[in-house]
Write a protein that binds this ligand. Structure first.
Ligand code: PLP
Length: 217
């Protein structure tokens, strides 16, 4: 699918859901993708990207940011506490804040650095043991802890179980956000971004539909 096709599908879902056009941001997930594909998306004018790993982003984005203006990169994958400072230099937002210890580390480094990327709190809506994120029952508590740390909480994020209807998870995430006065919703990937937009996503994270299948080798 071309970038413009995805963008226009997002716009028609926004319209259908009576949401203002442009209320959903498209994060082009460039992890693992060959650099020439990433460059062509930059040349088409797209400026918002997502990466899964600090190391991979560090090897790619400083140079691309020199070449292209106003690029913004969001971290979507797991973050170790000892990589937080490096992450501050690379990312404008972190979507994977998934535990109190990480939140505390981010708050401390924000004090030291004098700035902080926006944070999204990851909720394990499917309660999957192997997946990151706080359990739904713990979400309100965790959100309050992060607010008490003065973190710039921009939203919540979820990755629904692969074998379940994603809409139920998107609705649960939205419900948790609404009752906590949080406006951002990072939800929806290549296979389900339209449903996510219909249910209020402010950020969809689309990789393979834009760039093609990732070749892990
Ligand atoms: C890889 C990844 C995506 C993009 O997945 P696609 O199915 O390629 O669109 C979105 N979010 C997260 C957290 C990811 O790790």
């Amino acid at each position: 699918m071309s970038l413009s096709e995805i963008q226009s599908r997002i716009h028609s879902e926004e319209k259908r859901a009576n949401r203002p056009e442009g209320s959903t941001q498209l994060i082009a997930v460039s992890k693992i993708q060959p650099i020439d594909r990433v460059i062509s998306v930059l040349e088409e004018g797209h400026r918002l990207f997502g990466e899964n790993r600090v190391q991979e982003a560090a090897g790619k984005w400083p140079e691309l940011k020199d070449r292209f203006e106003n690029v913004s990169v969001h971290l979507l994958g797991p973050l170790q506490s000892n990589k937080v400072r490096q992450a501050f230099g690379l990312f404008d937002a972190i979507h994977s804040v998934d535990r109190p210890k990480l939140a505390t580390t981010i708050a401390r480094i924000a004090q030291e650095e004098g700035h902080c990327p926006e944070v999204f709190l990851q909720i394990n809506t499917g309660e999957e043991p192997q997946k990151a994120g706080v359990l739904p029952a713990r979400a309100d508590n965790f959100i309050n802890e992060c607010k008490a740390l003065d973190l710039p909480v921009a939203g919540l994020m979820c990755i629904p179980p692969a074998d379940e209807e994603p809409s139920l998870h998107f609705m649960l995430l939205r419900k948790i956000a609404e009752r906590n006065g949080i406006s951002g919703l990072s939800m929806g990937m290549s296979g389900d971004f339209e449903r996510a937009v219909a249910l209020g996503a402010t950020h969809v994270r689309v990789g393979s539909a834009i760039f093609g299948v990732r070749q892990y080798d």
